[in-house]
Design a protein around this ligand. Structure first.
Ligand SMILES: Nc1nc2c(c(=O)[nH]1)N[C@H]1C(S)=C(S)[C@@H](COP(=O)(O)OP(=O)(O)OC[C@H]3O[C@@H](n4cnc5c(=O)[nH]c(N)nc54)[C@H](O)[C@@H]3O)O[C@H]1N2
Ligand SMILES: Nc1nc2c(c(=O)[nH]1)N[C@H]1C(S)=C(S)[C@@H](COP(=O)(O)OP(=O)(O)OC[C@H]3O[C@@H](n4cnc5c(=O)[nH]c(N)nc54)[C@H](O)[C@@H]3O)O[C@H]1N2
Ligand code: SF4
Ligand SMILES: [Mo]
Length: 750
């Protein structure tokens, strides 16, 4: 029995499904009868969650058939943003969308069509394949905020990016701007087990988080100051002789230049910039360098600090190399791409996009690392060493803020169509006002989603998308892992919902791409990906049923056999690849995007330091706000403020307060907590209120409250705030002020 459902009744089948509400993709057992899911539970055999499901995973059945779900294609009949729709058949929608895209391509070129995806939630390779065949280089994600710049910078330094930790044998883990206690619960659970066995945990986080509360050392740095900390750790490790001398001598290049470069970056120098004491900085460097093997876990913070982001990634990569914590037992592993199955890159069809179109990718002239110039360079190197290359979807994208601006201003050229799939850009992209202007102005827009989000309100067509229980799933970390976890469809998609794959394939076929879409179903495509592994199965479903996981045999020290995938074959502390791309070959110090030292006038007006980064339960970015059980757990948005600061400002616990930056203001409720520095404010991001009037504000509505309590209203995406390596923008380490919402303004708030 699960709840009051008798699972022993006749005709009940058990399907090996997965949760799709965050990247963890926890294993789920779905009990199905007559194509209906009766009950679900965590799969005890699944390696990551081992039977557990979090509060989001547990409401999958409420999500599956929620009354607000989009179940049929919707075509706009009213004004843009008015929310008047007509239900039309799937095939008609595809035909009409194809005709419109074709028209735009004829008039403005294929590059006038842009697409945006969400966080590793769909068959991203299928969107990329569509775009490559269509001829547009302007696909993007929030990839820039989500580990991708880290992947590319680290790959430039040592030929792949370690996101696979050999944590079982580790003696020390550094959670650098990462909080698995809220963002990856299955992982947090493993860390706690290993800590009990003696592994040290260092948490680098301005807040005393779930993870910090369990740490051996917590370093509460000023938001955005990670680069100063990383450089001073390098200084300590070099000048106190804590390096792995043999590894550095034999396998790295540029040590002398690096030693000279960091000579002044002492803990005393960093203390002023990070707000840590020199003792705290030294203690961290010692703990990491002296408890070997160790890991630095990737968190998304460093991708989200704007200007200093790329240099911080480089410095962090150097720390691994100096300590020899690379590709050895217990350390950060360089797995390379899968040698056993087809990677996403092998499915996405990059060969179809001409060099002429690649050159038109928006942002590639400004930010080389996550666009065609850097990606092509990295591909040349990885191909030679690994035989394969990273996925272009994610690793090689148009620069999102520049695309939004191109839609609004036709600079560098007109962008006329935007298709968004699995993303709610008004909530999750930076500088909401810029996104809003683009959504209001774009000539043609399509949204593929489960819900009518504030962003989807501007669409001409909304396509109904099938969710986790209605689709098979492959989990392999952006197509860049060497392992694979799989899940099968529990039931056929309900109503007229389809998988994202079907949308891109159907649209592709309607635009004459037929011969390049050989797979009829997503299972067929997945089967072609897993076939090379060589199991005797005849379809994907059978693979899930009988095999389900693929973990290749672990090989340590691969660099001894094949070298690192860099021009010299060594770890390039002094990076020739970065240099060739016009970037600093050593990590040069840059202050946080906004800070009191470089911007004293701004700091006078906005005296507090803001971070809008940090996932929180129970929500996943802008998702699940519709579901009552989730809102019951967290009914309204909260910002953290130290009680001493609050007292000075006359703010009491639970009060609604305005948080304001140079870009605008939004309101959240005050959570008075000692867990945050007196000068730091943490706000939740991505909030909206599905219960509010969804119509555009210009038409008398509230746009689902998308501008009211959303941290991204405060963030900045102009080029000068972006990381010169990757173009990622700043949502951590900005300057702000806060003040109480006046009685009169409270009416507007729920
Ligand atoms: N509940 C929940 N879980 C999620 C998600 C979600 O939205 N909600 N999103 C998923 C996704 S897509 C991702 S990418 C992962 C991300 O998960 P993580 O990598 O853990 O990243 P975040 O949770 O964004 O931020 C981690 C921590 O960074 C701290 N921080 C803020 N500013 C700074 C800074 O300037 N420097 C440093 N060093 N730390 C800072 C925050 O206080 C926060 O505790 O989480 C995934 N899991
Ligand atoms: N200020 C600030 N901004 C941030 C962050 C931060 O820490 N601070 N974190 C950033 C990070 S790490 C990320 S990854 C991004 C996330 O940004 P996005 O990926 O844009 O996330 P959401 O805004 O939640 O939009 C996801 C949408 O996809 C829909 N959806 C879910 N699954 C599917 C599916 O399979 N198919 C389709 N078609 N739709 C689906 C959901 O209903 C939802 O409307 O946000 C970034 N934005
Ligand atoms: S939402 Fe919860 S149950 Fe679902 S995959 Fe993420 S951690 Fe697992
Ligand atoms: Mo993310």
């Amino acid at each position: 029995m699960i709840g009051n459902v008798d699972l022993t009744q006749e005709g009940v089948e058990v399907k090996k499904s997965a949760c799709y509400f965050c990247h963890q993709n926890c294993g789920v057992l779905a009990y199905v009868k007559d194509d209906k899911v009766l009950a679900i539970e965590g799969d005890p055999e699944f390696p990551t969650n081992q039977g557990g499901l979090c509060c989001r995973g547990n409401i999958a059945l409420k999500h599956l058939d929620h009354p607000d779900r989009v179940n049929y294609p919707l075509k706009r009949v009213g004004k843009r943003g008015e929310g008047k729709w007509e239900q039309i058949p799937w095939d008609q929608a595809i035909k009409e969308i194809a005709a419109k895209l074709s028209d735009i391509r004829d008039k403005f070129g294929a590059e006038a069509v842009a697409t945006a995806g969400g966080t590793q939630r769909t068959d991203d390779w299928a969107r990329r394949r569509f775009m490559n065949l269509f001829g547009s280089p302007n696909g993007f994600h929030n990839a820039h905020l989500c580990w991708i710049p880290t992947f590319m910078v680290e790959t430039a330094i040592y030929g792949w990016c370690p996101f696979d930790l050999d944590i079982g044998a580790s003696k020390c883990i550094v959670l650098w701007g990462q909080n698995p206690g809220a963002s990856g619960m299955p992982e947090a659970h493993h860390i706690a087990d290993l800590q009990a066995k003696g592994m040290k945990v260092i948490v680098i986080d301005p807040r005393f988080t779930e993870s910090a509360s369990k740490a051996d050392l917590w370093l509460p740095l000023r938001p955005g100051s990670d680069l100063a900390l990383a450089l001073s750790w390098i200084h300590v490790i070099i000048y106190e002789g804590l390096m792995d001398q043999d590894f550095v001598m034999e396998y790295t290049e540029g040590f002398n230049e690096l030693a000279e470069h960091v000579v002044d970056f002492s803990p005393e120098w960093a203390a002023e910039r990070t707000w840590l004491t020199p003792e705290q900085i030294r203690a961290g460097a010692h703990m990491y360098a002296m408890n070997k093997p160790g890991n630095i876990q990737w968190g998304t913070s460093v991708d989200q600090i704007g200007k200093p982001a790329g240099a911080t990634m480089h410095a962090r990569a150097i720390l691994r190399a100096l300590t020899g914590n690379l590709d050895c037992p217990g350390a950060d592993l360089l797995t390379g791409p899968s040698q056993d199955y087809l990677t996403d890159e092998e499915l996405e069809g990059n060969q179809f996009l001409s060099d002429e179109q690649k050159a038109k990718q928006i942002g590639s002239d400004k930010f080389p690392m996550v666009t065609w110039p850097g990606y092509s360079k990295i591909c040349e190197l990885t191909k030679k060493t690994w035989g394969k290359v990273p996925t272009a979807e994610w690793m090689c994208e148009a620069h999102p803020p520049s695309v939004f601006r191109a839609i609004a201003n036709s600079d560098p050229y007109p962008v006329k169509a935007l298709m968004i799939a699995a993303t709610n850009p008004l909530a999750s992209y930076g500088e909401t006002s810029v996104v809003l202007e683009a959504l209001r102005k774009v000539d043609f827009m399509v949204a593929c989603d489960y819900w009518i989000t504030p962003s989807a309100m501007f669409a001409d067509y909304i396509m109904p998308i099938a969710g986790a229980l209605e689709r098979p799933i492959i989990t392999n970390s952006y197509g860049c892992a060497d392992f694979m976890l799989t899940a099968q469809r529990a039931i056929k998609p309900m109503y007229e919902r389809r998988n994202d794959f079907n949308f891109w394939r159907d649209l592709g076929i309607a635009l004459g791409q037929e011969e390049n879409w050989p797979w009829e179903t997503v299972e067929d495509a997945y089967y072609s990906a897993i076939e090379p592994i060589g199991h005797p199965v005849s379809n994907f479903d059978e693979f899930v049923e009988n095999v389900r996981f693929h973990f290749p045999e672990r090989e340590y020290y691969k660099y001894k056999r094949q070298g690192f995938a860099t021009p010299s074959g060594k770890v390039e502390l002094y990076s020739s690849t970065l240099k060739e791309l016009g970037l600093p070959p050593l990590p040069e110090y840059v202050g946080p995007s906004e800070n009191e030292i470089d911007n004293p006038e701004l700091a006078e007006k906005f005296p507090l330091v803001l971070t809008t980064g940090g996932g929180f339960m129970p929500f996943h970015h802008s998702e699940h706000f519709q579901i009552k059980d989730m809102r019951f757990l967290r009914h309204s948005p909260f910002m953290d403020i130290n009680p001493a600061t609050a007292k000075e400002l006359g703010i009491e616990d639970g009060d609604w307060v305005w948080i304001e930056t140079d870009r605008g203001r939004m309101k959240q409720r005050a959570n008075l907590t000692e867990a945050i520095h007196q000068k730091v404010i943490y706000t939740q991001r991505c909030w909206w209120y599905p219960e509010k009037d969804m119509r555009d504000i210009e038409l008398g509505g509230e746009l689902g409250g998308a501008l009211e309590s959303n941290g991204n209203v405060l963030t900045c995406t102009t080029d000068d705030y972006c990381d010169p390596y990757s173009g990622s923008w700043a949502n951590r380490g900005l300057l702000c002020r806060v003040y109480k919402v006046e009685e009169a303004d409270l009416k507007e708030v729920i």
